[in-house]
Design a protein around this ligand. Structure first.
Ligand SMILES: C[S@@+](CC[C@H](N)C(=O)[O-])C[C@H]1O[C@@H](n2cnc3c(N)ncnc32)[C@H](O)[C@@H]1O
Length: 369
């Protein structure tokens, strides 16, 4: 039987155990009935609504209405009374931090989140900088030839940042540091917002909380993802440098390359898409993504017994059949369950970097070999 691992106490309904084939996995503690919500996750660490959808998605409840703009933009007046001496937001040129809401009540809900003005400051800095970048016409320098990628190349690139780039920045006056800001575009900006949100969550999380404990032990897919898409190494470095130069001191002091790589590596293996909610899956918009550490131990199965569903900004994980005690509890990562086994496994391998060994695949593979 799979052994219990260090991730304990996420849910009264399941336990996380080590398996032989797919890392850690959730197993039912007792027999459970169809319809049981085994996990409700609203403690995301890192989330991002893509810039292209910023006006069309409510940043509080993630409502999307066929591309129509949300009515309530964040204004300086909304944040003025939340300001603290550390937060430097000025009325002049305030851009609204890229935050839009469906209702005044959703905006108020968002503004009630503890310390939220610190995150709004980060978002505002990043948005203003993106606008400046968008006015520049930059001759894109050809990146290094990254056809071949390896763990050693990744380590070497980050060593260079640690040993050379960070000490150089630290020796500079704050005003001079802006000269070291790399050019970034919308994709890097989206990623920077995601990381800023993660840093904000981690800054204020109780270090003893389950969310923090599970975040620390999330599986990183850094090597498999960057090996498949080598340009991501340079992309990550641009995002890291941008954040390091731009973020307020209270965020920068926590921004180590190790933490950044863990945030990014675990996003690659564990994020949940924020999809437009509609009955037909085909053609729905991909609005953004978020990471819920406590919900990141569900393995994939091509015959899943858990249905995941987004309700507002919360993810619900509900049993779609009765299960006995000690049963693996699995979700579907792919939305490809009607495809033949070879196709399913190929797509899981290309996009999620694993050879699916769920019971359905194992049994269907036996019939074709
Ligand atoms: C979201 S994580 C799930 C938790 C993960 N097993 C862990 O230990 O952290 C996704 C990773 O789990 C593994 N995995 C999930 N489903 C699998 C399956 N059906 N077959 C093999 N490996 C699987 C893969 O390594 C995948 O990248």
């Amino acid at each position: 039987m799979a052994s219990v691992c260090e991730v304990e106490g996420i849910s009264p309904f399941f336990q996380v155990r080590q398996t032989d084939f797919g890392g850690r996995e959730c197993f039912s503690r007792v027999p459970l009935k169809e319809g049981t919500v085994v996990l409700e996750a609203n403690d995301c660490v890192g989330a991002c609504i893509a810039h292209e959808f910023r006006k069309e998605v409510c940043h509080s409840c993630f409502l999307y209405r066929n591309g129509t703009n949300m009515k309530f933009k964040l204004t300086y007046g909304d944040v003025a009374e939340l300001l603290t001496p550390e937060v430097k937001l000025s009325e002049k040129g305030f851009s609204g931090a890229g935050l839009w809401f469906c209702l005044e009540s959703c905006k108020l809900e968002y503004l009630k989140r503890p310390h939220i003005v610190e995150l709004i400051e980060c978002y505002e800095i990043l948005l203003r900088t993106l606008k400046i970048m968008q006015k520049k016409t930059v001759e894109q320098e050809p990146g290094p030839d990254l056809q071949v990628m390896s763990g050693e190349i990744i380590e070497c690139a980050w060593r260079e940042i640690n040993n050379s780039w960070i000490p150089k920045i630290e020796r500079m006056k704050l005003t001079k540091r802006l000269n070291e800001l790399p050019f970034f575009a919308e994709e890097e900006y989206n990623c920077a917002r995601f990381v800023a949100r993660a840093l904000f969550s981690l800054k204020h999380l109780d270090p003893q909380s389950k969310t923090m404990a599970t975040f620390r032990t999330l599986q990183s897919n850094e090597l498999s993802k960057i090996t498949r898409f080598p340009v991501l190494l340079n992309f990550q470095i641009v995002v890291f440098k941008s954040l390091y130069v731009l973020l307020p001191e209270s965020f920068r002091k926590d921004l180590s390359t190790e933490l950044f790589r863990h945030i990014m590596g675990s996003e690659y293996g564990n994020s949940f898409g924020i999809w437009e909610q509609q009955k037909v899956l085909e053609g729905r918009e991909f609005l953004g993504y978020s990471v819920f550490p406590r919900a990141s131990y569900f393995n994939h199965s091509c015959d899943p017994n858990i249905t995941k569903c987004r309700v507002g900004s919360t993810m619900l994980f509900t049993l779609n059949k009765d299960v006995p005690k000690d049963e693996p509890l699995c979700i579907d990562y792919s939305s490809l369950l009607s495809q033949p086994v070879v196709k399913r496994r190929q797509i899981l391998k290309e996009n999620w970097f694993f050879d699916c060994l769920c019971t359905r695949c194992v049994s269907e593979l036996q019939t074709i070999h």
